[in-house]
Design a protein around this ligand. Structure first.
Ligand code: BES
Ligand code: MN
Ligand code: ZN
Length: 483
């Protein structure tokens, strides 16, 4: 999908389809001398959100896609309308469409919000993952969406459209990586994908292989990776979009390319969904791609902790004690709590690169799904300002998170009789104790953790990666760039 902007000049507009509200549609039909047929065709049309009607006009504007209730509405209704529009456009045999909806009055939302909402809806609706189907369905014809605005708004709109195109690319990458099967998407595959990002002149890549990680004392990471025949990787991308003097923002992603649980083996039902256990890695790579495409004026470090959690003769046993790169020892009571083990060494490593803040993203706990379901990602932070910025970034684009506590009281659950800590807490608050575990590996840097176990992918009939929380991360990074 390609997004464009243009001035709304209805007198000269030429398009296979104009998407607009009933009032403007009527005006266009009048200009085209089709008032009578327009009146007939729209006679039963309900001008309410959720309703739409497509009318053939012929001439300069070949079709009108009339969106109900598009003049004044709530933010939720506008978002819903954007989704309805996207589905309708994808069903049409047209290569491009023009959208004249930005003049809508939406409660408390500005032009940028409306433009982003329309573009995001289109990006999501147009997504297909059919690399592994021997016969794929014919692709939708539409490739370009032109947003029309008042000439006075054209400059800000151009900026928004640039962000929309960048986010589209990032979402695409994140979903593709998530959906690839685990026999394709291995740690080495993630490394190859990161290398592609590093072809950009402002991006560079380095990586730690298992030998190097062992030398660096990353016993926690290696405890997970050692059971697999697919070697683990710590992948580090650096994007320089701002002067060197500006300290970088760091994103860290959990990249478990398949989580069997290890010796603490998971039960078979739904185990295939554990291919999505690298969605944190996919999200930080997607957000990085979007930041690079948008040329955000920030410095960014992206770390992916990529490993496969397998049972084998070399796998970690419950009860094994390992030493993390931070020097702290961990009694691994459950090998299925592996995400925190790869992440703690990644967090230790990223702090040596002196970031000004760290956000880690992980499909970390089933308990987070119990707490929040799929609508919100779980957010934890050792810094209120960072938490607020992330919450606001997600709120703006409908990719929301909800803050959960990191109180000291919860830390006691991680007590071990034999090591500095256990890798699991007791029965309750599993998402919190996982976050508490990670917090022990962050020294003074402002840090936030996003538990995306519920939000990163859909199960059931719509099984597939959701692309979350890329919109939130990208919005956050864009806002950081403005400071
Ligand atoms: N990858 C899982 C968490 C998960 C579950 C993500 C469902 C997405 C959907 C994680 O590695 C895990 O297995 N966590 C355990 C932790 C427990 C052993 C303390 C869990 O949630 O059961
Ligand atoms: Mn697990
Ligand atoms: Zn996992």
């Amino acid at each position: 999908m390609n997004y464009l902007s243009a001035a709304q000049n209805l007198d000269t507009l030429r398009t296979p389809c104009l998407v607009t509200n009933l009032t403007i549609a009527k005006q266009i039909a009048q200009q085209a001398g089709s008032s009578e047929s327009f009146r007939r065709e729209t006679q039963d049309f309900k001008d309410d959100p959720g309703h739409y009607l497509c009318i053939q006009l012929g001439g300069r504007v070949a079709r009108l896609l009339i969106m109900g209730g598009a003049e004044t509405c709530s933010a939720a209704k506008f978002r819903n309308m954007a989704n309805v529009m996207a589905k309708a456009l994808l069903d049409m045999p047209i290569a491009q469409a023009a959208v004249y909806l930005l003049q809508a009055k939406v409660d408390e939302q500005d032009l940028g919000w409306k433009a982003q909402t329309l573009m995001q809806a289109m990006s999501h609706a147009s997504y297909r993952f059919e690399h592994h189907k021997s016969q794929s369905k014919p692709a939708s014809a539409i490739k370009r969406l032109k947003l029309l605005a008042d000439p006075a708004d054209l400059k800000p709109l151009r900026h928004e459209v640039r962000l929309g195109n960048a986010l589209h690319e990032g979402l695409q990458l994140t979903k593709d990586l998530g959906n690839e099967p685990p026999n394709v998407c291995t740690p080495n595959y993630l490394l190859a994908q990161a290398r592609k990002l590093a072809r950009h002149e402002k991006v560079s890549l380095s990586q730690l292989d298992e030998k190097k990680m062992t030398e660096l004392g990353m016993g926690a990471f290696m405890a997970v990776s050692q059971g697999s025949d697919n070697p683990g990787r710590m992948i580090i991308l650096r994007y320089s979009g701002a002067p060197k003097s500006q300290p970088p923002i760091a994103l860290v992603g959990k990249g478990i390319t398949f989580d069997t649980g290890g010796i603490s083996l998971k039960p078979p039902p739904g185990m295939d969904e554990m291919k999505f256990d690298m969605c944190g890695a996919a999200a930080v790579l997607g957000a990085t791609k979007a930041a690079v495409e948008a040329q955000l004026p920030i410095n960014l470090i992206t770390v992916v902790a990529a490993a496969e959690n397998m049972p084998s003769g070399r796998a970690t046993r419950p009860g094994d004690i390992v030493k993390s790169a931070s020097g702290q020892t961990i009694e691994i009571l459950n090998t299925d709590a592996e995400g925190r083990l790869v992440l703690c060494d990644a967090l230790t490593h990223v702090q040596t690169l002196k970031p000004r803040l760290i956000v880690d993203v992980a499909t970390l706990t089933g308990a987070c799904i119990v707490a929040l379901g799929t609508h919100a990602s779980g957010l934890y932070a050792n810094d209120d300002k960072l938490a607020e910025d992330l919450l606001a970034a997600g709120e703006r684009c409908g990719d929301r998170s909800w803050r959960l506590p990191l109180w000291d009281e919860y830390q006691t659950a991680l007590k071990s009789n034999f090591a500095d800590m256990a890798n699991v807490g007791g029965k309750g608050a599993g998402s919190v104790t996982a976050a508490c575990f990670l917090s022990r590996f962050v020294k003074k840097t402002p840090w936030a953790h996003l538990d995306i176990a519920g939000s990163a992918f859909h199960g059931g009939a719509a099984k597939g990666a959701s692309g979350r929380p890329v919109p939130m991360l990208f919005n956050f990074l864009a806002a950081q760039g403005q400071k």
